[in-house]
Ligand binder design. Structure first.
Ligand SMILES: Nc1ncnc2c1ncn2[C@@H]1O[C@H](COP(=O)(O)OP(=O)(O)OP(=O)(O)O)[C@@H](O)[C@H]1O
Ligand SMILES: [Mg+2]
Length: 388
C-alpha cells in the first residue's frame, strides 16, 4: 500500500491520533488537517488544539479560550469545496481552565474548591508549572475518551523543547505529588517542624522557584494550605495517569511525528521515534512539513541574468535595460537558492527514508508561500497528505 493510503487507514480506524514534534514544525496545522480529513471520510472527530495561531483558531471556530467543544459549521467545508459525511469539532485547550475543571471535578466540597481557587500558589501552579500544559492535555484526553462522544480524537501537543516531555508529564506529576518531600508539606504542623532543613528535601526545582517568590512565613502558610486542599485531587492521580498511558500505548492510538526537513530537527524526530518504540507507544509515521519542492525544471536555471532581463523587458513596458537586468539577476539568484534548498531537503528526506527503513510511513508537505490559516489552506495540506 502507498504511504498516502496507509496514512488514510490510520485516520479511518484509530480512536486517538497524537501529533508530536519539536516547536514550530507544524503540529497544530497537521492535527487540524488530520481531523478535517477524518470528517471528510465520515467520522465524528474532535481536534484538541493547543495555542493555534489566531487566524487558524478563527477558521476552526475556537477563538474563545473556554475549553468548549465546538462544531465547525458545514458552510466552512462548502466554501473549500468539500462535502464531509462526518462531523468536525474543535476545541482549544487552555491549561488554566483545564486545571480549574480538575479542581471542580475532584474537590470533595465547595469550600475546598474555593480555597484552592483563591490560593495564590494555585494560580501560579496551574499556569506556569513545567508540565502542567502537558498534564492538562492528558487529563482532558482521558475525560473525552471515556465520555466516548467521538469516533476519533486528534491531539495536538504543546510546544515543548522535548516533544516527549508530554508522555512523561502524567507520570512526573504523579511522582512529584507522591514524593515524600511533598507529602510532609500536606501536614502544616509537620511542615513547620521540618522547616529548617525540610526545604532542601525538595529536589524539584520548580517548587523552589515558586517558593522564592514569597516571604518565608507567608509562603509556608500558603503552601501548606494549598497542598492540604489539593491532596483530594491527587487521590485519583496515579490511576488516571495509568489509564492515559494505557490509551496512548493501546492499539486504538497512533502517534505521528511531525518534523521540518532541517537535518537537526529530523535527528530529533528519529530520537522521538526511538523513544516511542522503547515505550511501546504505537508510532505511525513521520510527517515532514515545509519541504521546499523544485518548482522549475533544472534547465530553466541555465540562463544568464541578461537573458532573464531581456524576457522581463519583453513583458514590462517602461523598464530601463539596467533595471530589467538587475531584476533578472535578483530573480535568478532567488530561483537558484531555492533550488539549493530543494536539493538539500530532498537529500534529507532520502536519508530519513534510508535510515528508517522502507516500511516506515513518511509523507511530506510542501512549503507553501502563505501561512495555512484558512479552511482552504488546510484543504491544500490535506490534498498533499492524502491525495486529491
Ligand atoms: N507547509 C507549510 N507551509 C507554510 N506555512 C506553514 C506550513 N505548515 C505550517 N505553516 C505555518 O507555520 C506556523 C507554525 O505552524 P504550527 O502552529 O502548526 O506549528 P506548531 O508545531 O504547532 O508550533 P508550536 O510548537 O509553537 O505549537 C503557522 O503559522 C502555520 O500556518
Ligand atoms: Mg502548536
Amino acid at each position: 500500500m502507498e504511504d498516502d493510503q496507509r496514512l488514510g487507514q490510520f485516520i479511518r480506524d484509530r480512536k486517538v491520533i497524537v501529533c508530536v514534534g519539536s516547536g514550530g514544525v507544524g503540529k497544530t496545522t497537521v492535527s487540524a488537517v488530520v481531523a478535517l480529513h477524518a470528517a471528510v471520510l465520515g467520522r465524528k472527530v474532535l481536534v484538541l488544539t493547543i495555542d493555534p495561531a489566531r487566524r487558524l483558531a478563527n477558521s476552526l471556530g475556537v477563538e474563545a479560550l473556554d475549553n468548549e467543544e465546538r462544531q465547525i459549521p458545514l458552510a466552512a467545508f462548502e466554501e473549500a469545496g468539500l462535502a464531509p459525511t462526518g462531523e468536525l469539532w474543535a476545541m482549544m485547550l487552555d491549561m488554566k481552565r483545564s486545571f480549574d475543571r480538575l479542581v471542580e471535578r475532584y474537590s470533595p466540597n465547595a469550600e475546598v474548591r474555593q480555597s484552592i481557587y483563591d490560593n495564590r500558589l494555585y494560580k501560579y501552579f496551574s499556569t506556569s508549572l513545567a508540565g502542567t500544559q502537558e498534564y492538562s492535555a492528558m487529563e482532558r484526553l482521558h475525560e473525552l475518551y471515556e465520555e466516548g462522544n467521538y469516533d476519533l480524537i486528534v491531539l495536538d501537543t504543546p510546544p515543548t523543547v522535548h516533544a516527549l516531555d508530554f508522555l512523561d508529564a502524567p507520570k512526573r506529576m504523579a511522582e512529584a505529588v507522591e514524593s515524600s518531600a511533598l507529602q510532609w508539606l500536606y501536614k502544616p504542623s509537620l511542615a513547620a517542624r521540618k522547616f529548617g532543613f525540610g526545604l532542601f528535601n525538595i529536589g524539584t526545582s520548580y517548587v523552589l522557584k515558586t517558593l522564592t517568590k514569597f516571604t518565608g512565613a507567608e509562603m509556608l502558610d500558603e503552601l501548606s494550605k494549598f497542598l492540604f486542599s489539593f491532596q483530594h485531587l491527587f487521590d485519583g492521580f496515579q490511576s488516571r495517569a495509568r489509564r492515559v498511558r494505557e490509551i496512548l500505548g493501546g492499539p486504538e492510538c497512533a502517534f505521528f511525528i511531525v518534523t521540518s526537513p532541517d537535518p537537526m530537527t529530523v535527528d530529533e524526530a528519529r530520537f522521538f521515534q526511538n523513544r516511542l518504540m522503547d515505550e511501546a507507544i504505537p508510532f505511525a509515521g513521520f510527517i515532514v512539513n515545509r519541504v521546499h519542492e523544485p518548482y522549475l525544471p533544472r534547465e530553466a536555471l541555465e540562463v544568464t541574468s541578461a537573458e532573464v532581463g531581456a524576457q522581463i523587458r519583453a513583458k514590462v513596458a517602461d523598464i530601463t535595460p539596467e533595471a530589467a537586468e538587475a531584476l533578472g539577476e535578483a530573480l535568478l539568484t532567488n530561483a537558484i537558492e531555492f533550488q539549493i534548498l530543494a536539493d538539500l531537503d530532498a537529500q534529507t528526506l532520502k536519508a530519513l527514508r534510508e535510515r528508517s527503513g522502507q516500511k516506515t510511513l513518511i509523507r511530506h508537505i510542501p512549503y507553501f508561500s502563505r501561512d495555512i490559516h484558512s479552511f482552504e489552506g488546510l484543504n491544500w495540506v490535506r490534498q498533499e497528505l492524502f491525495g486529491p
